[in-house]
Write a protein that binds this ligand. Structure first.
Ligand code: TMP
Length: 210
């Protein structure tokens, strides 16, 4: 039986969620928690290889259906090799994206495929975080920030602003439908202010993390 806590960060491209995931990991680590900070797609050697297939190249390189299979394959490897073992050791796992990204990007934005996403998730993953922070952010600001990084992993940013706006609505709708574990955080504020709110929410909801 897994005993550690599982926390995910979600949001549109350039929303600042990676910065916030890192900040929370540092804060909990400084308080004495054993934390594993990880990310999707990726987080294990095999899943990192699948990541580069997914995030580089033309926007039309894969159909939404193929993406669902690739993201789920990467997630299964990440879960088996990194997440489940860490939770079983009692560690806190903080992941920068998890299954909600597939629900919103492939299930609701790239296509109307939510049912396929849910069925595959049930078959191959079957786990949800205890707590999910959805960093909400103005899509125009977030897109400029994401593209300015020139990371070479811009396949989804290259779908444009309308795509990011649809994603934003998808994340907000998902948060409302799974309000027991999802908390919407206003990301249009200074980083430190956002980080303080997230830390307060973790402490209020998860006294056993530290
Ligand atoms: P990142 O920029 O946060 O590292 O995420 C990589 C990109 O992959 C981002 O544009 C969102 C996208 N993505 C999906 O489309 N579906 C998924 O299931 C995941 C995990 C990410």
């Amino acid at each position: 039986m897994a005993s550690g806590q599982f926390i995910s960060f979600e949001g549109i491209d350039g929303s600042g969620k990676s910065t916030q995931a890192r900040a929370l990991a540092q804060r909990l680590g400084a308080m004495g928690a054993e934390v594993v900070l990880t990310r999707e797609p990726g987080g294990s050697p095999g899943a990192e290889e699948i990541r580069s297939l997914l995030l580089t190249g033309d926007p039309g390189r894969w159909s939404a259906e193929t993406e669902i299979l690739l993201f789920t394959a990467a997630r299964r490897d990440h879960l088996e090799r990194v997440i489940e073992p860490a939770l079983a050791r009692g560690q806190t796992v903080i992941t920068d994206r998890f299954a909600d990204s597939t629900r919103v990007y492939q299930g609701a934005t790239r296509g109307d495929l939510r049912d396929v996403v849910d069925r595959l998730h049930g078959l191959m993953i079957g786990r949800e975080p205890e707590l999910t922070f959805i960093i909400d952010m103005d899509p125009a600001v977030a897109l400029n920030r994401g593209l300015a990084r020139k990371s070479g992993e811009d396949r989804f940013e290259d779908f444009g602003l309308g795509f990011q706006e649809t994603l934003r609505h998808g994340f907000l709708a998902l948060a409302r439908s799974q309000s027991d574990r999802c908390i919407i955080i206003d990301g249009n504020r200074p980083e430190a202010e956002v980080a303080a709110e997230i830390a307060a929410q973790v402490q209020a909801r998860m006294s056993q993390v530290v």
